[in-house]
Design a protein around this ligand. Structure first.
Ligand code: HEC
Length: 125
């Protein structure tokens, strides 16, 4: 039983470190399922309903050339898509930017947001 306890404790610790070590492979699957209807993620710069997300982690908010952003998201111009901002955005886009045109309700689970952000970051590397 003591060993089991240790294993469980180790598992808990690993779970706590999850946001840093988020699984980009899980993120890739989520992205394909939830985001590719509206977003491309490649160097072409081509848009769909939403802007191309190539290099979006660390990119200035609402800055894709030739994309017409909503007023709500444009209000955040001058700020950067840090992981924190992306996390807030993907929790509930409408709360982050009132009147946004991104018709995606958000991910309730922090692991899902972290995985997608890890994927967005890793795709560029
Ligand atoms: C139904 C279409 C749709 C879906 C699904 C969607 N998006 Fe979007 N996304 C948009 C639109 C439209 C915008 C521009 C929003 C605005 O101007 O208010 C946007 C903007 C963004 C931005 C800001 C980009 C920038 O250049 O500032 C990010 C980041 C983003 N989406 C990530 C995602 C991710 C990750 C997913 C999947 C979990 C997703 N989106 C799903 C349509 C969508």
């Amino acid at each position: 039983m003591r060993i089991l306890g240790l294993v469980l404790a180790a598992g808990l610790l690993a779970g706590m470190a999850a946001p840093a070590a988020a699984d980009a492979a899980d993120g890739a699957k989520l992205f394909k399922k939830k985001c590719t209807t509206c977003h491309r993620l490649d160097e072409t710069g081509k848009k769909k309903v939403g802007p191309n997300l190539w290099g979006v982690v660390g990119r200035p908010i609402a800055s894709a050339p030739g994309f017409r952003y909503s007023k709500g998201l444009s209000k955040h111009k001058g700020k950067t898509w840090t992981e924190e901002n992306l996390d807030a955005w993907l929790t509930k886009p409408r709360a982050f930017a009132k009147g946004t045109r991104m018709a995606f309700p958000g991910f309730k689970k922090a692991e899902q947001r972290a995985a997608v952000i890890a994927y967005l970051r890793s795709a560029v590397e």
